[in-house]
Design a protein around this ligand. Structure first.
Ligand code: HEC
Ligand code: HEC
Ligand code: HEC
Ligand code: HEC
Ligand code: HEC
Ligand code: HEC
Ligand code: HEC
Ligand code: HEC
Ligand code: HEC
Ligand code: HEC
Length: 575
């Protein structure tokens, strides 16, 4: 017998694919095993299920090959004879096999009728529960509805209907099932609002708006004066514009909204600092729009950020401090004479004097930065140098000795000092030869002592006080007329870089001299501050992969105008 096996498969799009092959043999086997002539990958079909053999008169005999029977033309059977000329249908699992005569051959057309449960080869057919359950579509819809009710309708309904203003209740009613809407823990600063979502989410389905943040942060203020701030923002690119259009239909405020820069629900802990790109939106090409701005463009600390500019007084008698770029190597006028190099040298007069003073006087070793520069309580910067604490143990203002007690001029008050000198008359022991002598000539016994030029009178001291080796002029620049002890104002700015922030505490590991080349400075007019290049050894832009410290703008800048320490980014101001 010639069998013409025709398999009809349906593609995903519903197109029929017909494959044909011919078998010339007397027997045909049908089953799940691949060894069968007709292989039906369906668990409802046995390994060897049906055997087809030729019967008399061109007819065919279908026999069960193992335990299970089969269905032919609607009837269950284990053994049946059919006539292909009349046509017959064998059902096995999800398969329909049609037998027909075609030009002297027996055509067997195989189709799979029921939708299969899984991918090809995993069909469960008769073993699946599909026929006892409702169809998949209704189940899916019911599930979706249940989710909407539980997680959306219920919270919305309880939110809208809870008793807010009932006099009996001092607490608003409870919103049910809203935990499922939690996208992540609130930051630690807003932790107290964990039970008060409405503090920010005022209206359901409306994104958090600036007004809401401002109810608590009312004093926050504009970053820059309007309309300059508005002009500063660059026009949106087509892609951004399209995104914002979508965002606006969802009631999202912005660009420039609080929630652009301050995201919430990112987990307990500090709020994430504002991302660099939100600053670059305006500052990346600020000068193109704000053509009169004094600020340089900044979009990435490592690649595009202006050189630092220090605010300082550059020369004697200039009333107002000016802002000068570090690239110009500005000099500073601070009204003081003080060479760092001489005082920091490991050898020489100062080191020797420090050793002689010994540890009980707080010295003992050559001077270090910390002998004069003491950190502020928060560690961010340094206290101003103080003459009485930091200089006077060597540069004594002693003018007399009465009994065993030294008399000294009190520092810092020119008129008082002058009066004391006038009243002095003849000093009893003007030359101090203890370790407390003023530096000067290296005297007998290896001690520094005052060069008062022999027994002195107050008047003589006063006359020479403003000279370079004099009582005051050693460190000060005279400001008044002859005989006056008025000195030029001494300035020790706490900050030089007014547009950004620095924090010494975070850089304790570094040697001071890696940023301040103090040990080489011969005059106090040297400005000992680092340039931007020194920061870039570690700090580069937010996305710099190789940087030791990838740094967004918010690390060194705040955004909201404040005065004093409150103007610093929270991580610095908090200290
Ligand atoms: C301090 C303010 C604040 C509080 C309090 C707060 N959220 Fe949010 N929430 C936000 C911000 C900001 C977003 C970001 C999206 C936006 O602009 O609405 C957000 C987004 C969401 C989103 C994502 C949907 C969306 O609009 O993007 C869900 C959900 C959400 N919050 C649920 C809660 C729940 C629940 C609580 C109470 C436990 C809560 N929030 C408390 C500020 C807050
Ligand atoms: C119910 C009052 C309330 C609302 C509403 C509120 N905040 Fe706050 N926020 C606070 C309090 C309180 C602090 C802590 C202040 C502090 O430590 O000085 C804080 C701190 C902050 C901080 C400082 C974070 C830090 O690391 O120091 C930021 C930023 C902030 N809020 C942004 C927002 C934004 C954006 C919104 C609107 C989505 C908002 N807040 C809404 C009360 C509120
Ligand atoms: C362009 C980005 C940006 C926008 C917009 C913005 N902030 Fe800030 N904000 C910052 C930066 C930067 C800091 C300081 C560092 C940090 O914590 O991110 C800061 C700090 C804060 C702080 C804590 C420190 C302080 O100065 O008190 C609060 C509170 C705050 N922002 C609230 C708001 C509110 C409210 C709005 C909306 C009116 C807003 N911010 C809009 C960038 C932004
Ligand atoms: C909407 C536009 C806009 C955004 C966003 C913006 N700035 Fe500004 N910024 C300005 C304008 C305008 C000025 C003032 C310029 C002038 O008047 O010449 C300014 C001034 C400054 C200054 C110098 C003055 C000062 O206060 O020290 C710094 C630093 C600064 N911005 C940093 C930032 C940082 C950091 C961010 C991101 C957190 C940021 N800006 C985001 C518009 C913007
Ligand atoms: C004997 C005291 C003394 C010692 C020790 C000392 N300084 Fe100073 N320092 C001063 C005085 C006084 C000033 C202010 C006058 C001036 O600018 O020179 C000053 C100013 C500074 C300034 C301010 C910026 C400037 O250019 O004026 C820096 C920075 C500085 N010192 C760094 C250092 C470092 C770093 C060390 C250690 C390597 C150091 N100092 C050791 C007394 C000292
Ligand atoms: C440990 C002792 C010691 C301390 C502390 C000290 N000095 Fe001196 N200083 C000396 C000695 C010693 C000399 C003379 C060095 C020499 O000529 O070799 C000197 C010299 C000077 C000179 C003259 C430099 C010159 O070029 O002639 C000035 C100005 C000066 N000191 C200022 C200060 C000031 C200001 C402070 C405090 C901030 C200070 N010194 C702290 C020991 C000290
Ligand atoms: C060894 C160096 C030294 C000597 C000597 C010295 N001073 Fe000073 N003087 C300083 C330093 C350093 C400061 C700034 C720190 C401080 O105020 O303690 C200062 C500050 C001053 C100030 C305050 C200036 C201002 O603008 O705030 C006056 C006034 C002053 N001295 C007067 C005198 C008089 C008068 C004498 C002489 C009797 C004198 N000083 C001797 C180092 C010295
Ligand atoms: C990573 C660089 C760096 C290191 C390390 C560093 N400084 Fe500074 N220092 C700066 C910068 C930047 C400023 C200017 C800060 C400003 O203008 O706000 C400054 C300012 C100063 C000032 C003058 C202003 C003030 O805060 O009083 C003194 C003094 C000073 N540093 C001393 C020191 C000493 C002492 C050390 C070592 C313990 C040190 N610095 C380590 C970068 C550094
Ligand atoms: C030797 C490497 C190094 C150099 C150079 C350096 N920094 Fe840093 N800086 C650090 C490290 C490390 C941190 C801590 C980073 C962190 O906590 O994420 C830091 C933190 C900071 C912070 C944050 C301070 C805080 O309290 O959180 C500021 C602002 C800063 N640096 C500014 C500067 C400036 C400005 C310069 C140049 C004058 C500079 N740094 C040079 C390594 C460096
Ligand atoms: C590692 C610290 C650090 C980082 C990161 C940083 N800055 Fe600065 N920035 C400073 C310091 C310090 C100054 C102050 C210099 C001065 O006063 O001239 C400054 C000054 C500025 C100025 C004033 C410039 C001028 O010409 O007067 C602007 C604007 C500015 N930064 C914006 C930014 C923006 C935008 C970013 C992020 C892309 C950023 N900064 C990142 C430290 C930093």
């Amino acid at each position: 017998v010639t069998f013409l096996i025709r398999t009809i498969d349906l593609t995903a799009t519903g197109r029929e694919i017909v494959r044909e092959r011919e078998l010339a043999q007397d027997e045909l086997t049908i089953g799940r095993a691949a060894a069968n002539d007709i292989h039906l990958p369906d668990l409802g079909v046995e390994q060897r299920h049906v055997r087809v053999v030729a019967a008399t008169g061109g007819r065919l005999r279908l026999q069960a090959a193992s335990t299970l029977g089969f269905t032919v033309d609607g009837r269950s059977t284990r053994d049946v004879t059919i006539d292909p000329a009349e046509g017959s249908e064998l059902v096995l699992g999800s398969y329909r096999l049609q037998f027909a005569s075609e030009e002297g051959a027996v055509a067997v057309t195989i189709r799979q009728v029921e939708e299969r449960e899984g991918g090809k080869g995993e069909a469960l057919g008769g073993f699946s529960l599909a026929h006892v359950l409702p169809g998949k579509r209704p189940v899916a819809w019911a599930g979706l509805l249940a989710i909407l009710v539980a997680f959306l309708a219920l919270p919305v309904w309880t939110h809208l209907n809870r008793a807010v203003a009932e006099p009996d209740y001092d607490k608003p009613g409870v919103v049910l099932m809203d935990a499922s809407w939690r996208t992540g823990a609130l930051s630690s600063v807003h932790h107290g609002l964990e039970d008060n979502c409405e503090a920010c989410h005022v209206e359901p389905f409306v994104a958090v708006r600036d007004e809401t943040c401002l109810t608590c942060h009312e004093g926050i203020g504009d970053h820059a004066a309007q309309p300059r701030q508005g002009v500063a923002r660059g026009p949106l690119g087509p892609f951004d514009a399209a995104q914002w259009n979508v965002a606006h239909t969802l009631n999202k405020p912005g660009p420039g909204a609080c929630t652009d820069c301050h995201t919430e629900h990112e987990g307990a802990g500090r709020m994430e600092p504002a991302r660099e790109r939100f600053c670059a939106d305006c500052h990346g090409s600020l000068d193109a729009r704000l053509t009169d701005t004094a600020l340089g463009n900044a979009s990435d600390f490592g690649k595009a950020h202006p050189q630092f500019q220090a605010v300082l007084t550059t020369g004697r008698g200039l009333a107002k401090p000016v802002r000068v770029s570090m690239a110009e190597h500005p000099r500073q006028w601070d009204g003081l004479r003080f060479p760092h190099d001489l005082h920091l040298a490991a050898r020489g007069g100062v080191a020797q004097m420090a050793r002689r003073l010994g540890t009980r006087n707080g010295y003992g070793e050559p001077l270090e930065c910390s002998d004069c520069h003491r950190p502020t309580a928060d560690g961010v910067r340094f206290l101003p140098v103080d003459m009485e604490n930091d200089c006077e143990s060597c540069h004594s203002l002693v003018i007399d000795q009465v009994g065993g007690v030294y008399r000294k001029v009190r520092h810092g008050d020119a008129r008082q000092a002058r009066a004391e000198l006038m009243a002095l008359g003849r000093a009893s022991r003007p030359a101090i030869v203890t370790g407390r002598g003023r530096p000067g000539a290296y005297g007998a016994g290896g001690l520094y002592r005052a060069e008062f030029g022999g027994p002195a009178t107050g008047a003589a001291l006063l006359a020479r006080a403003m000279a370079k080796e004099g009582l005051c002029g050693e460190c000060h620049v005279p400001a008044g007329a002859d005989g006056s002890l008025e000195v030029m104002p001494v300035t020790q700015p706490a900050r030089f870089f007014m547009h950004g922030w620095f924090d010494h505490e975070e850089h304790k590991q570094e040697k001071c001299t890696s940023c301040h080349s103090a040990e080489k400075s011969k005059a106090s007019s040297d400005l000992l501050l680092p340039e931007i290049g020194q920061c870039r050894e570690c700090h580069e832009g937010e996305s710099a992969r190789t940087a030791e410290v990838p740094s967004g703008c918010a690390m060194c800048h705040s955004y909201h105008p404040r005065t004093g320490a409150a103007a610093a980014p929270p991580r610095i101001a908090r200290k």
